[in-house]
Design a protein around this ligand. Structure first.
Ligand SMILES: [Zn+2]
Length: 160
């Protein structure tokens, strides 16, 4: 996963919209890219807030016991993910919420599958606010900003 100064990852989409990943989020996702972990896909949700056109991701969940991890599939079935989003929303007085999801692919440079795109379309149909979709691979990430059924690709700013 690309790293930036202080461990924070900044991605840009569209006309200057930014996606900010906290260092703890980058570290949590990166743990599932080790040789041992990447054999089975991993994933979770992003929790954070919307700041104008920008999305700030401050926390994430990681695989929970009832999720399904296979070599080419991560199925986020455990109710603990949505419980974590609700807990953040309650604790923050409604500013922190579900802002997207992530999963891994066991390749260097990941691309979304047809199933990924269908899953994201379904999420965009349920969530009125912008959401971030991120797939992490060994060498790079594929990330998009999704809103109202439309995906806008986000690129890492400022290199590794
Ligand atoms: Zn996928």
């Amino acid at each position: 996963m690309p790293r930036l100064r202080a461990g924070r990852v900044i991605l840009q989409f569209g006309d200057g919209g930014l996606i900010l990943l906290a260092p703890s989020v980058e570290a949590a996702v990166a743990r599932f890219l080790s040789d041992a972990e990447i054999r089975l896909e991993a994933g979770g949700i992003f929790v954070g807030s919307h700041r104008g056109p920008h999305v700030e991701i401050t926390a994430c969940t990681t695989p929970l016991p009832r999720d399904v991890r296979r070599p080419t599939l991560f199925d986020r079935r455990d109710p603990g993910h949505s419980a974590a989003a609700l807990e953040a929303w309650t604790r923050s007085g409604g500013t922190e919420t579900f802002v997207g999801e992530w999963h891994t692919h066991p390749v260097d440079d990941p691309m979304p599958s047809g199933l990924d795109r269908r899953t994201w379309a379904s999420i965009m149909g349920r969530v009125p606010d912008p959401v971030v979709f991120l797939i992490a691979g060994r060498r790079s990430v594929w990330c998009a900003h999704g809103w109202r059924g439309e995906l806008r690709r986000a690129a890492v700013l400022d290199g590794e």
